[in-house]
Design a binder for this molecule. Sequence first.
Ligand code: GTP
Length: 582
Amino acid sequence: MKLGIATRLTLWMAVLGCGAAGLTGYYAWDASCRLERQSAHSELLTSTQVLARRITLNLESIERNLQVIARLPVTRQVLEHDRPDDADRLAVLFAGMLDANPSYLQLRVIAADRHGLERVRVDRVGSVPQRVSGADLEEKGHFPYVADALPLQDGAFYLSRISINHETSAGAGPGLPMLQMAIPVREHVGPALGVVVVNVDLNGLFRLLAADLPEDYQLYLANGAGDILIHPDANRAFAFDRGQRALLQDEFAPVAPLLSGDRANAVIDAPEGERPAQIAAFVAQNIDSPANGDRLVLGLSEAESVALAQSTAMGWALLRIVGGTSLVALLGALLLGRALTRPLNAMAASARGFADGHEMKDLPLRRADELGSLARSLYELQAQVRRQLGELRHKQDELAHLSQHDSLTGLANRRLFMDRLEQALALARRHGRRVFLLFIDLDDFKIINDRHGHSAGDEVLRVLAQRLQSQVRELDTVARLGGDEFVVLLGDAVDGAQASVVAHKLLGALREPVSVAGLALDIDASIGVSNFPEDGQSASELLAHADRAMYAIKALGAGGVGFIGQVMPGDASGGIRSVPAG
Ligand SMILES: Nc1nc2c(ncn2[C@@H]2O[C@H](COP(=O)(O)OP(=O)(O)OP(=O)(O)O)[C@@H](O)[C@H]2O)c(=O)[nH]1
């Protein structure tokens, strides 16, 4: 199928318009996605770093609280003297501290002697601090938070690994992920009297720390081996406690350098797998204590769809804009295509009309653009073609005239004369009319040429031709057969008398002197007359008889008019009858 300019133009413009709008939209959306992703990376990393810093600060705060308790005189007195009053006062303090610190599960003072007997202990039961006393107090000397903390220097503290609390006898937090911190209590010098121990609820601690983070952030925590401690999917946390293994580096491979200490942080674009695509940031945080150090890896993640929500919304908005722009481009292309092709079609129709002989009209001549220029060119072309056609017709007319007329005198030539004679004979046959033919030959014309020159002879021929023409009527035909021979066809002469009158009138006109180059030249002529139907039936027959009559007159030597047809016996002219003038 052949497409027109309008269709092709429309398609091209539509493709270009839609393509340009689509590319612009795509690159704008892509740039927006990249910027928003970078922004999400940066926000996540900063939030994770802030969270890690909060952990450190929180642990420092816990340590400070324990230091304060360890240095209280009442704490030492409880350990040294085991007086109930002191224990009561310390228990009230512990209850107040549990109230003030929701992540504290348990606060205890444990003696170094008596196998590490708990002296003062306050547990959190539900949300209420509750003192444990009397026979419910237990010996804890064999637990690391006692055994490892007692030898510590003043100011140092013990920090347990994060684990699930399996102390079945413990009044608070059984089965919960937990962190224990302990500080020795001593006089200025000498061995420790005991330890102050706090059990911290890990989940509670992180709930507090992460309370002001956006809701869609998900928290990860792993120990130095990569064991997951906190995970959005609770089933993956503390897998080692159930004899399984769930490692953060298995889920997020780029975390491995953080665990080995090669890197401090990592930002990850986790592709879609078991869960939707995520953006995550991880920070390694050393938890140093004189007794045992550990490394924690803390992470925050956000679903990519949430992180890039604005870009997604912008993508849809861009899609609508691109769709609208494409529609406008399509309409514009359609209108432009029509605007361009309508005048072109009109011009094409005009040109076709011109080819069929009509004048070109409705051309957009006043337009200032290329179409206007094309229209003006067409208009000029039309004018030129018309001019040239006119000239051609004129030349054709000239040629036609030349082919039928004598170039010297302008009279009809032999061909035209014979045509007219044939026509006249046909009419005469049909209407039963007569036709008279006069054959005129100038006498001694050669002498004029010889004496006065050929051009003078020409002038004489022209003058005499005009005289002949002026003496006959419009229906009659005067022709020059060549040289000094003329013929006259009398179209409506009815009889010989009328023909004779005309012949003598012509002879008289010829005999008038002709002025050439200041000379008055006398001319004479011999005229032979034949007529249809008496003297012949055909044109050539009539012409030959008129010629014969003319020669017969010429032979008499004095010019004049002679008729053929009525043979006069004994006439020396051989049937030629000389007709006297008038
Ligand atoms: N100037 C001029 N002379 C012509 C033209 N055509 C023929 N002639 C001359 O006309 C003359 C005709 O000569 P002829 O046929 O002998 O006739 P004539 O001299 O009139 O003699 P007769 O007919 O016997 O009276 C010749 O000299 C031709 O050269 C022409 O177009 N112009």
